[in-house]
Write a protein that binds this ligand. Sequence first.
Ligand code: GLY
Length: 379
Amino acid sequence: MTVLTVALGGGRDYPIHVGGGLLARAGELLAPLARGGRAVVITQPPIESCYGAAVRDALVGAGLSVRTLAFPNGERSKTLRTVARLYDGLYEARADRRTLIVALGGGVVGDVAGFVAASYLRGLPYVQIPTTLLAMVDSSVGGKTGVDFRNGKNLIGAFHQPRAVLIDTNTLATLPRRDLRSGMAEVVKYGVIRDPDLLDFVTSRVKDLAGLDPAALSHVVGRSCRIKADVVAGDEREETGLRALLNYGHTVGHALEAATRYRRFRHGEAVAIGMVSAACIGEAAGVTPSETRAAVAGALKAQRLPLAVPADVPAASLTGLLSLDKKAENGKARFVLARGIGNVALHGDVCEEDVRAGLALQAREYGGGDAPAPAEGAA
Ligand code: GLY
């Protein structure tokens, strides 16, 4: 097991435990955080049937009383209505301020359960047990919680840091291949923003990663979490621009998800396309060298991720949505652009002409590929 620390200071540091088989150690590693002796596991039915018993047994074995609340599968459940139902469950379970919330599942579970923990009784302690690669390397670390609202992703939420993150890489064995690839998009992102060696690793070890080689997986998960932990520790509430660098590829990625009503793409697929957009827009703006753009696209292609905005999503619909992005300031979209691999910066001054030219370059260079089929409910 590897233990990383998110060094927030002020007594709020928390560990990220990474390793194979760690669910069995959930009692030993997490029960001390439930000072009232009670835990409520928040999850979704498919995850509950795979891993609910293992987590419950481990927590009960460590002396906790445990309730489970499951909400329906998929991104479409990431709503205030779900949150209200979970409040009902906590009320009926007589949860108090010492009750530990355990978020067991993918990014949707982590975001919803984290928001419930942030708001019920003005804040309960919670831990994250992510079971998708995307959640392991991104959403479970850093305390961003929330739900979607109208056509906007994560428009309602709160910063609320977990007390611990427990990552059992063995849970990736039940993850659909498409979701594994989607998570790899975020790993590629960490390589692009901070770590050329990680980018080389994901590009050259595709077979090992797809074959769930434990050492290769632990390496990419551990390295990604290390980068995320450092960035979060440096800019917890996204105030200095440092944390915003984690949004490389997300400006167009989020717009594409909204344009396709969150149904067509996995988050990582939209981000993969958005990373290619960012590279092309960077090139059009004279920031990103073409070899950097090619390295970004090459790493994503090696993971069999999509590279192009589908032809039936007009550039105009994307550029319209860009100004609605949460990170937009004064109606102007901000882009994270790469000067090279491991060297990115936030640009608030990209003109619309460069955005259009970049999207046109992307369509020319990478268009015509197969867009993924509409998503079945995400696990
Ligand atoms: N996923 C971006 C962040 O946590 O800041």
